[in-house]
Design a protein. Structure first.
Ligand code: COA
Length: 175
């Protein structure tokens, strides 16, 4: 386990997360984040195996968001750190059956704190292209810095995204 919040555990993926990960793919938006590739439990298991391999190599890039009361996987958060510039980019999703309970906000807030306090980073950024995700970023104290043109290629479409960011000097751990 890496981080604990009021309602969540942000922890490494486990082999037993396979069914919950496949369940989350019922949301097309989430499935698209995996290039629509998780069409069977075997594909999901292969992916979890890759993550376990990364953990063994000391890489903690993609973590599970689990509901604390059940330890069920209900989301995921990925942290791409560029150490040389002391910054990271985050992306995340929450299973559609668990949305609008503040879980993404809780997870992003915890990751921001971890980045500034434990990893000594200076800047966290998040590109986004949907209103719910923008709300999450605003609620965690991030500021919209502008639009990155055709930043994401999703299927055969290139999408403009808004980029939100927070600097260490702006971070208030109490909020
Ligand atoms: C974006 C996402 C992670 C939010 O998860 P969540 O756990 O529901 O987020 P929270 O409950 O913390 O906050 C959601 C906020 O968005 C708002 N919201 C939800 N749907 C919305 C919509 N269609 N338009 C505007 N705001 C919306 C909610 O009202 C809430 O804001 P509030 O607290 O001010 O009322 C989830 O919708 C998701 O997984 N989407 C698909 C993947 C994705 O887009 N990931 C982000 C890209 S990096």
């Amino acid at each position: 386990m890496i981080l604990e919040t009021q309602n969540l555990l942000i922890r490494k993926f486990k082999k037993t997360d396979d069914a919950a990960l496949l369940e989350a793919m019922e949301c097309p938006e989430v499935h698209l984040m995996y290039s629509n590739g998780f069409t069977s439990i075997d594909k999901v298991r292969e992916y979890i195996q890759l993550l376990l391999q990364e953990y063994q190599e000391g890489k903690l890039r993609t973590l599970a968001i689990a509901e604390k009361s059940t330890n069920k996987l209900i989301g995921s958060i990925t942290l791409d750190v560029l150490e040389i510039f002391a910054r990271a980019e985050i992306s995340y999703w929450i299973n559609k059956n668990y949305r609008n309970r503040g879980y993404a906000t809780e997870a992003v807030r915890a990751i921001i704190g971890h980045c500034f306090d434990a990893l000594s980073l200076n800047r966290i950024q998040a590109p986004t292209f949907n209103p719910a995700s923008e709300r999450v970023l605003i609620k965690t104290g991030m500021i919209c810095e502008g639009t990155l043109r055709q930043y994401f290629k999703v299927g055969d479409k290139s999408l403009d995204v808004k980029v939100y960011a927070i600097l260490k000097e702006e971070y208030d751990p109490v909020k």
